[in-house]
Design a binder for this molecule. Sequence first.
Ligand code: URA
Length: 426
Amino acid sequence: MSYDAVELIRAKRDGGTLGDEAIEWLVRNYTDGLVTAEQMAAMAMAIYFRGLDPRELSTWTAAMIGTGERMDFSSLSRPTVDKHSTGGVGDKITLPLAPLVAACGAAVPQLSGRGLGHTGGTLDKLEAIPGWRAELSNAEMLRQLETVGAVICAAGSGLAPADKKLYALRDVTGTVESIPMISASIMSKKIAEGTAALVLDVKTGAGAFMRRREDATALARTMVGLGQAAGVETVALVTAMSTPLGRSAGNAVEVAESVEVLAGGGPSDVVELTLALAREMLACAGIDADPADALASGRAMDTWRAMIAAQGGDPDAPLPVARHTETVAADQEGVLASMDAMAVGLAAWRLGAGRAKQGDPVQAAAGVTWHVGVGDRVRKGDPLFTLHTDTPERFDRARQALDGAVTYTAADVVVPPLVLERIDRP
Ligand code: URA
C-alpha cells in the first residue's frame, strides 16, 4: 500500500491519528530516501505539537526497529541487562556500573555513543585509556559478554538506522524535545539491541534534557511502557541533574573518578547512584546479589580490568594529563548552595572535552574538576574548580561559562535527594 506523505503530514498537523500501515510506510520510505527530509521535518514538527497516541507510538517504535537488524543474546549463559541514561554532566555511572553488575553474574551489553554538546559520551571517556577500542564485531561482543560479562562498545549502524537519520534531522529542526520521539528513539535502539532487561536513568534539572520534573516522569513512564510492551523487563529511576555528578566532567578525569569508585572510594553521589542502578538491574535480571559486596571485595574492579583489557586497553597505563591547568577560586565566603550542571558541562566542552559537530576530535585530558560540593563551607580564595586543557586559549571562554555557576548562602544546606522516583509501570 502506498501513501501520500503530504496527506499524512496534514492529518497529523490537524490533530488526526495515523494508521499502522501509514506509519510503517512513512518510516520505511524515509529511511530508504523516498520520503524527503523536508517532509519528515514537517512531520516531526507536527508530532512535536500534536504528539503520538500509545498505539501510534508503539507502531512508530516497531517500525524504526524494523528498519535494521536485531541482536540476539539468547545463546549466553548469563541473563542480559542494560542501562540507559538520558544524559547529564559528570555522568560517568556506566563505567563503574557495567563491571559491577557483571561481577554479580549478569551480562551487560552497553552499546554507547559519542558525545555531542554539553554531556560527554561514554566512548569518548573510555578512549582516554591507552589502547582501548570501541568498535567490536558482534562475535567479539558476544564472546566478551560470555567471558567477562560486560562490554561497553560502539552501537553498530545496523541497529534502528531510521533513528540515526531521524535524530540527525530532529537535531537541526528544533524537534528533539518531544517525549514520544525521544521515547521511540531510545527504546527502538534498546529493543533492537536484544537485552532482556533494561534500567533507565531519566535525568531532570538544569543539566538535563528534561528540565521539568513532570516531563522527566512522563518520559520515564512512556519508555517503561514501550519496553514492557516489547517484552523487555523495564524500570526507570528519575534522578536529579541540577548539580553535576561527582567531582569531574570530561574524559580522562571521569575515568579516573570511576576507577576510584571501583577501588572503594570516590564521591558519595556517584557511589549512591551506581549502587541504586545496580540493585535495579540485578532485580530486573532476577539475580539475588548485593552489589555493595562486589564493590567492597574488589570483584567489580577485577571485572573492570578484564573488560578494559579485552578491548585492547591497558588498565595500568597512566591516563593522559592536560598540559595546562588553571584554578577558579571562590570570590566570597559561605556555604555552597548550588552548582549549575549546565555551566560546568559547557565549561568542560569549551575546554575541549566535547565536540561541536559529529566527527570532531575531543581532547582526552580536557575537563573540569571541582573541589567542593553543595553544602560545603568555603572561604574567599579557596579553590572551587580546576580547568584542564591542552589548548590554553580556551581558558577564557571556560571561565565565562562558570561565571555565576555557584551560589552561596550563610545557613546550612540540606543536600537534596539524588533518586527522586522509581517507575515500574506506564
Ligand atoms: N537520546 C536519543 O537516543 N534519542 C533522543 O531522541 C534523545 C536522546
